[in-house]
Ligand binder design. Structure first.
Ligand SMILES: [Zn+2]
Length: 495
C-alpha cells in the first residue's frame, strides 16, 4: 500500500489540493511551491512548482472578492495559471479546463517542475486525475443506423403485444406513477424484459429514469447496461490515473469551518463585494447580452459561469431595493449558501473522489489521498498542514515509501475510512438494485420496492414492514387482520 513500485515511478508527479472554501488551499499551494523552489528533489532533479487554478469561478478576470482569489501580494512570486482569463458570461467547462491543464502540466514536467493543482471544484480535479471519466451515460446517444443488438432484438420479438406497442410508441413525457400507475408499471415491466440490470436499478415509480433508459435502448438499439459496461471497460478496470498523484484534502470540522466562513462573508462585503456584483449586473444588462436571452429578462438569464458565484443571486433583491432589512437578509442568505456549498464540496470528495481513488489503487498505489487537519489553521498551520504536506511530497519525489494516510491525524483516520463504495458504473448499477418486498406488496402490479443493501436492512426492521408481516401471519393463520387505524393508513402504509 505505501510503496511505490517501478511502474508507478514511471508516472510523472502531480500534486492536487482540494477542500472547501476557507481552509487555506491556496496558502498550502504557495507554501509547497516556495519549498520546492529551494533545491532539487529526488534522483530526477525536480525543482520548482507552478500553481494551476481548479476553481471554476477563479477562471474569471477581475472580480477578485466574489471569487475569493488569493491576492497577488500573497502569491510570493509563485505563478498561478488558468486564473483570471475569462470574461463574465464566457463559459468554460470541465473538458476545456482538463485539456488546458494537461498542456500546462506537460510543459512543467518537461522543465522538471511540479504542477500543483489547487481549487474547490473537485470534479475538475477528479477528471484531470482520471482519464475517460467524462461519462456519456446520462445522454441518450444519437439515433443510429447501426443494426439492432441481436439479443435485444430477440427480446423485443418476444414481448407481449401490449408492451411491444408501448416500446414502439414511447411517451414523450414520463407518466405520473400516482395518476397513471398502470402506465408506470407497464413501462417498468417493459424495461425489465429488455434490460434486466437497468430495470432492477429503477423503482417502477421512477418513471423519468425508466423512460430515459428505454429511450436510450431504442435510439442506440442496444441495452443501456451494455453501453454502461462498454464505457466502464473504456475507462479501464480501475481507470488508471494519468500521473503519480498526491492529493491533499484540507479539511476542517464544521464547528471550526462555519464561523470562519461567516467571517469571510463579512470580510468580502468590507472588501467591495457589492461593487463587483453591481458590475456583474451592469454587464448582464448590456444590450448584446439581453438580446441573446430568450425571455428578454437579462437578470435571470445570465445564470452561467461567474453568475453562479455565491453572492450574486443572494444580493439581487437588495440591489433592486436597497433597505437595511434586505441587506441583512442577503448577508444571511449568502452565509447559508456558503455553508451549503462547503457541505457539497465535502460530500463530493467523500462520495466521488475517495471511491475513485480506492478503485485506482486496487492494483498499485498511484493516487495517494492525504487528509490534512485544517481546523485551527491560525495556530496549527505549520505542524498540521504545512509540515506533513512537505514531508509526503519530498518522500514521493525521492521515491521513498509514503506514510499511511490514516496515520496523519485522528481526523484523517476517521474520515478516510468511510467510503467502501465503488465508482465503477457497473458496480453502482448492481449495488443499488431495487427488490420487491413480498410482505409489503399488496397488489402484484403495484409492487412495494426497496433498494438492496442498507435500505433493505432498514426496511425489514421498520415498523411498517413488521406490521405488514404480523398482519400477513394473522391472515395466513385464518385470523382477522387487525383493523387498521386511520393514522396508520395515513402515515405508514407502504406506498
Ligand atoms: Zn416490507
Amino acid at each position: 500500500m505505501a510503496s511505490s513500485s517501478p511502474s508507478t515511478t514511471m508516472l510523472k508527479p502531480l500534486i492536487t489540493i482540494c477542500g472547501t472554501t476557507g481552509v487555506g488551499k491556496s496558502k498550502l499551494a504557495i507554501d509547497l511551491a516556495v519549498h520546492l523552489a529551494k533545491k532539487q528533489f529526488g534522483p530526477q532533479g525536480w525543482r520548482g512548482a507552478r500553481v494551476i487554478n481548479a476553481d471554476s469561478m477563479q477562471v474569471y478576470k477581475g472580480l477578485d472578492v466574489i471569487t475569493n482569489k488569493v491576492p497577488v501580494a500573497e502569491m510570493e512570486g509563485v505563478d498561478h495559471l488558468l486564473m483570471g482569463f475569462k470574461y463574465p458570461g464566457e463559459q468554460y467547462i470541465v473538458g476545456e479546463w482538463v485539456e488546458d491543464s494537461l498542456k500546462l502540466i506537460h510543459e512543467m514536467h518537461q522543465k522538471k517542475e511540479i504542477p500543483i493543482v489547487v481549487g474547490g471544484t473537485s470534479y475538475w480535479i477528479q477528471h484531470l486525475i482520471f482519464p475517460n471519466r467524462l461519462s456519456k451515460t446520462t445522454e441518450a446517444p444519437q439515433s443510429s443506423d447501426s443494426p439492432w443488438d441481436p439479443e435485444l432484438q430477440a427480446a423485443i420479438g418476444a414481448l407481449p403485444e401490449n408492451l411491444r406497442s408501448i416500446f414502439e410508441n414511447l411517451p414523450k413525457e414520463p407518466p405520473s406513477a400516482k395518476i397513471e400507475p398502470d402506465a408506470a408499471f407497464q413501462l417498468h415491466a417493459l424495461l425489465l424484459l429488455l434490460d434486466p440490470p437497468v430495470g432492477q436499478r429503477w423503482h417502477w415509480k421512477d418513471t423519468r429514469k425508466v423512460l430515459h433508459s428505454l429511450s436510450i435502448i431504442r435510439s442506440a438499439r442496444r441495452r443501456a447496461s451494455d453501453i454502461i459496461a462498454e464505457q466502464a471497460a473504456d475507462a479501464g478496470p480501475s481507470s488508471q490515473p494519468r500521473f503519480r498523484t498526491l492529493c491533499f484534502w484540507l479539511f476542517a470540522e464544521s464547528s471550526y469551518l462555519e464561523p470562519r466562513l461567516d467571517a469571510r462573508v463579512d470580510q468580502m462585503i468590507d472588501l467591495g463585494l457589492l461593487d463587483e456584483i453591481k458590475e456583474l449586473r451592469r454587464i448582464a444588462e448590456l444590450p448584446e447580452h439581453a438580446a441573446s436571452s430568450e425571455s428578454g429578462d437579462s437578470h435571470n438569464d445570465y445564470t452561467l459561469g461567474i453568475y453562479q458565484a455565491i453572492g450574486y443571486k443572494e444580493f439581487h433583491n437588495y440591489l433592486s431595493n436597497p433597505t437595511d432589512r434586505a441587506f441583512n437578509e442577503a448577508v444571511e442568505r449568502m452565509k447559508i449558501s456558503t455553508r451549503q456549498y462547503a457541505k457539497k464540496q465535502i460530500s463530493w470528495i467523500r462520495n466521488k473522489l475517495m471511491p475513485a481513488v480506492k478503485d485506482a489503487n486496487s492494483k498499485e498505489e498511484t493516487v495517494s489521498l492525504y487528509l490534512l487537519d485544517a481546523a485551527k489553521v491560525d495556530e496549527r498551520w505549520a505542524d498540521r498542514v504545512r509540515a506533513p504536506a512537505i514531508e509526503v511530497t519530498e518522500k514521493l519525489l525521492d521515491g521513498e515509501p509514503l506514510p499511511e494516510p490514516r496515520s496523519l491525524s485522528d481526523v484523517a483516520a476517521g474520515l478516510l475510512n468511510v467510503s467502501e463504495k465503488s465508482s465503477n458504473p457497473l458496480d453502482v448499477l448492481q449495488a443499488r438494485q431495487k427488490t420487491q418486498c413480498d410482505i409489503c406488496t399488496i397488489q402484484d402490479d403495484r409492487p412495494f420496492m426497496v433498494e438492496t443493501g442498507p435500505e433493505w436492512e432498514r426496511h425489514i426492521h421498520s415498523r411498517a414492514h413488521k406490521r405488514m408481516s404480523a398482519r400477513l401471519k394473522r391472515i395466513q393463520s385464518g385470523q382477522q387482520p387487525y383493523p387498521r387505524s386511520q393514522r396508520e393508513t395515513d402515515n405508514d402504509t407502504p406506498s
